[in-house]
Design a protein around this ligand. Sequence first.
Ligand SMILES: C[S@@+](CC[C@H](N)C(=O)[O-])C[C@H]1O[C@@H](n2cnc3c(N)ncnc32)[C@H](O)[C@@H]1O
Length: 493
Amino acid sequence: MMRRGFLISKKAQEPEVTTIKRANSREEPIRLALEKPGSWPTNVLATNSNCVQFISLLKVTKRSSSLSTGGATTPDGPTHIVTTLPPLNNNEPNTQCLLLQGTKQVILSTPGFPKPLPPPPASPAFRLGPSPGKGMGLFSTRQIKQGEIILWERPLLIMASGIPIAFPASFSEAQRAQHALNDLEFYMETAVSRMKPDRRAAFMGLHNCHKKDGSGPLMGRVRTNGISPASQTKTEVDVKMADHSVVSEHISRLNHSCSPNTQPRFDFATFAHQLYAVRDIAEGEELTLQYVDILVNKTERAENLKPYAVVCTCTACTENPRESDKRRSAIASFMPSVPVWAVNRQLSDDWLIKKSLQILEFIEKEKVEHVAMYNNATATVMDAYICLGDRQNASKWAAKVMIRHRWAEEYKRVEEFLDPDSPAYVQHPLWRLRVDENPTNAKGAMYKLMAEACGPGGVSTMSNGMGLFTFAQGQEIPPETLKKVLAMVKQGK
Ligand SMILES: C[S@@+](CC[C@H](N)C(=O)[O-])C[C@H]1O[C@@H](n2cnc3c(N)ncnc32)[C@H](O)[C@@H]1O
């Protein structure tokens, strides 16, 4: 789920303590290493020698009531780093990053990094313009097809969240919050001062809805505009970067909708956000993004939107929200298990397909095609047809997965299933699992054995599609089945 950065956390909704994640019980302050803008040391995290400056941001700690300014002599290495990425010496824009120690190395090891950005289109598919009641917003300049990349944008700034802040024990919650905001503003000054003048002007031109809660002008902009770069595919870099805030010149102008028509995905090779159209978009339509989880009910969404000063007036929030909430809840709780349905003889051959089609209908009705379930339910229909050995229908659904997995979780090698005569079908782990008595595929055979071992009452599928294999207490596994299982284990299957 793409969501606004660290600011949607429970803490973020309480202005007094927002953005503060304490380091540990000892409340160690951070030590910040600053790389020379434009320099490209490859091992900066391993040594301080490449740092222009190495400062210990030691403020008042619990253990010391006096204010210490720290210096360059701390024996420990940096905990955080301010760096400029990517290291391309061309005219491409770059990003000022405040990262946790170690994160940069993971970024550097991304396959293909640093890849140049694709050339910009002759005329952009979006424009900035006023959006009544919402300030500025982005609008399409032409018809855009589902799955198209609307824009490809290198961020202005990336900031790690959860930066530890040290406080004296005597501070009240409010004092701690203000102290933390002051520290964070200082870190941001360090990063923003390194931006080229046009990039700094773009950053300072962004909206700030945190003017009255103690945030400085820079942190106010990060809090208003930051989104998480987390994507669905859980690579090491995705995991490392999930807890970061990304601020961009254009993507940060997207206003919120509970039925958004775009979904960003961060591409670490180009170090840039790709903004996808998640359904067909008409010329002149406003482009929108989800700021908070939109599958929760209207009341919860309204609460979660408060830190962004957004009172949502979208269709889902205003027209028959109770019906909308029901559909959204069904989408959120759908957990289809294809293999369990395939071996569950109590269900019909089309049970899972019908369930998935209903969820897809709800998704399209609610206009929430950006959620991962849109692709998951589509892939479930494709997989169900594979279980039935129906190549023609499976290949039709593979074509839909091809588009829908672009912004959601990837279905590996789905292109191999576009041709109904492809040899990839017989190699698929679920191939004919529903129709063959003895599936040739090892994984399929394993599910059959599980069903056999549990007995007819032990295979169950809940109404939300979730499948379970259960054993009754004291239930014996038939010796023949046990033999087969042991043989499979022996063969390393
Ligand atoms: C990230 S900015 C979006 C761009 C912003 N509208 C601008 O003028 O730059 C977030 C701010 O936009 C406004 N906003 C976003 N979505 C909105 C919505 N659905 N309704 C009203 N205001 C919205 C709120 O002021 C929010 O704090």
